[in-house]
Design a protein around this ligand. Structure first.
Ligand SMILES: CC(C)(C)[C@H](NC(=O)Nc1cc(F)cc(F)c1)C(=O)N(CC(=O)NO)CC1CCCC1
Ligand SMILES: [Zn+2]
Length: 186
């Protein structure tokens, strides 16, 4: 199981590398990695276990963040009501954003990152909606459309697979600049 000590922090070159495509069928090592990446999110979103293991509650974790430069990331976006199923939950392997909405969006509270310990204030402009293609651990390919928070999380995780960190997108001159056609995502 991954703990905070296993999460690579900003400054480590692995976070700035282009990750390697994953080949199928998955090796045992890649299958274990996919499992562990999702397990982190599940454990961290359980308040008791999160506290017990001293984790930061996470909604996404990319393989490079645990030192594995592979195109794989876990995403688990909980529903508003915790008794509901997650809005989106899967390990996305070799993900490709095949189309982006013209409309841009940003989280009102900005973004953070499990690999970035300091706060970096500012809006992180992203596409408000994306069409995502990826393969799951069973080798099934998916072609899905995402919007709002799940779309933001997937873009944040896919950035990690290309060596991009959230603050790379923040406008240095005016971190809170927002053009009027950009929407806010809560
Ligand atoms: C950096 C951190 C603040 C830990 C952020 N967590 C988060 O948004 N918490 C959260 C939100 C929920 F809706 C439900 C829940 F259970 C916990 C996060 O996991 N990430 C993932 C990350 O760093 N991946 O590499 C950062 C988010 C910023 C925008 C998208 C992902
Ligand atoms: Zn991150």
């Amino acid at each position: 199981m991954f703990l905070m000590k296993d999460i690579v922090r900003d400054g480590d070159p692995v976070l700035r590398q282009q990750a390697q495509k994953v080949t199928f069928p998955l090796s045992d090592e890649d299958r274990q990695l996919a499992h562990d990446l999702m397990e982190y999110l599940e454990v961290s979103q359980d308040p008791e276990l999160c506290e017990k293991y001293g984790l930061r509650a996470g909604v996404g974790l990319a393989a490079p963040q645990v030192g594995a430069s592979k195109m794989m990331a876990s995403v688990m976006v909980p529903a508003e009501d915790e008794n509901e199923e997650p809005v989106f939950k899967d390990v996305i392997i070799n993900p490709v954003i095949v189309s982006n909405s013209v409309q841009r969006g940003a989280l009102t509270e900005g973004e953070g990152c499990l690999s970035v310990d300091q706060d970096v204030p500012g809006y992180v402009p992203r596409s408000a909606r994306i069409t995502l293609e990826y393969t799951d651990v069973d080798g099934n390919s998916h072609h899905i459309r995402l919007k709002n928070y799940p779309a933001i999380v997937c873009q944040h995780e896919i950035d990690h697979l290309h060596g991009v960190l959230f603050y790379d997108h923040i406008d240095k001159e005016n971190p809170f600049s927002k053009s009027d056609d950009e929407i806010f995502i809560y």
